[in-house]
Design a binder for this molecule. Sequence first.
Ligand code: TYC
Length: 111
Amino acid sequence: MFELSSEAPDSNNLGTSVLEKEPEVKEPPLYQVILLNDDYTPMEFVVYVLQSIFNHNHEKATEIMMAVHTKGKGVCGIFSKEIAEMMSHEVNELAKSHHHPLLSEIEPLTD
Ligand code: TYC
C-alpha cells in the first residue's frame, strides 16, 4: 500500500538530506531517412516513392522531391533506427527494381 509522508522530498528516513537522482530512462535515438539527388531518376518516380513508402500526400512529396533536386539531399521522415533502416532499404530496393540510381541513407538525428 501507499503511505502519505510529511517528509520533505529531499530527505530520507535517516534524517539526512539526499539529492533526488534524475530518472535513469532515455528515449531511444531517432534517425532521419535522407534522400539523395541524382541526375537520372525521374521526378515523378521520386514523388511516387515518397507517397508510397513514406505516406506523404502528393503536395508534400513534390515539395520534398524539389528540395532534394535543388539542395542535393532532403529528409523523408524520422523514425527509430530499425524502422529508418527498413524504410531506407525499401527505397533503395524499389529504385533498383526500376533501374533508377535513386539512393537514400540514414543519419542520426542530433538535437
Ligand atoms: N534530379 C532529378 C531529375 O532532374 C530528380 C530527382 C529528385 C532525383 C530527387 C533524385 O532524390 C531525387 N530528374
